[in-house]
Design a protein around this ligand. Structure first.
Ligand code: AMP
Length: 242
């Protein structure tokens, strides 16, 4: 048995609380283009947490042409939200997988108050986990430009920005030479719709998590290294709820 398994077993037996650095739920809140995906990729490895992007899960479903994709594809391409029941059952199934047992980073979920309340219910079996919500602050006028310039490595999912962080060779990933793709919903009209829906449905979650005392603000529009450094300062506090 390794150290983490040992600690998990002891926690489950109720002899000690879950150590602050493991079995943690981190929720990344913020408008589309605020840098949640980039930062989730950067911090997941450092903390041994699974990065769960609900947008990526939905795109995987579309790629595999599943039943779920048939219900969701038109909504996603128009930038609209997929219904809460579908999202909650997808997330519930995913977080029950063994690779999530040491905690996870939710990127793009919850996006509505219904999803936030539902998340608390589906997380009941993991109640001892500390929850930290990082709210990415971003200026709306910069988001459209950022998303229209976003390119994603087809293989690794590594994120580039043609204006601020271009690849060395146009159109290919610096890490593995794979093709860089633009998402179908990163067009100006769809990005504007996604930002509107964020304002209407997701912004209220700031108040919701703030009232629970678990919300931390992160300036999302500076360079990615500084954003990561600020996030690590929050996460490295012994008690992340402070
Ligand atoms: P994202 O990759 O997070 O920008 O999500 C891409 C698209 O997937 C969104 O514009 C929505 O159509 C859909 N989506 C992702 N996460 C959610 C969610 N939590 N609730 C509803 N729809 C979602």
């Amino acid at each position: 048995m390794n150290y983490l398994d040992f600690q998990n077993q002891r926690s489950a037996q109720g002899r000690i609380g879950t150590p602050w650095y493991q079995a943690r739920t981190i929720i990344l809140l913020g408008p589309p283009g605020a840098g949640k995906g980039t930062q989730a990729q950067r911090i997941a490895g450092q903390y041994g947490l699974r990065h769960l992007s609900t947008g990526d899960m939905l795109r995987d479903n579309i790629h595999c042409d599943t039943e779920l994709a048939k219900k969701a594809v038109r909504l996603i391409n128009r930038g609209e939200l997929v219904p809460d029941e579908i999202m909650l059952s997808m997330v519930q199934e995913r977080i029950a997988q063994p690779d999530c047992k040491n905690g996870f980073i939710l990127d793009g979920f919850p996006r509505t108050l219904g999803q936030a309340r539902g998340l608390e219910e589906i997380c009941c079996p993991y109640k001892s986990r500390a929850t930290t919500v990082l709210n990415f602050i971003a200026q709306p006028e910069l988001l459209v430009r950022r998303l229209m310039n976003r390119r994603i490595c087809k293989k690794s999912g590594h994120i580039y920005n043609l204006a601020d962080h271009p690849p060395i060779h146009p159109g290919v990933c610096d890490m593995d030479g794979s093709e860089l793709l633009q998402r179908a919903d990163d067009t100006e009209a769809v990005v504007r719709e996604r930002i509107c829906l964020y304002e209407r449905h997701t912004r209220p979650l700031i108040e919701y998590y703030s009232a629970q005392g678990v919300l931390h603000e992160v300036e999302g529009m500076c360079d990615p290294e500084s954003v990561t450094a600020n996030i690590l300062k929050v996460l490295n506090r012994k008690d992340p709820t402070l």
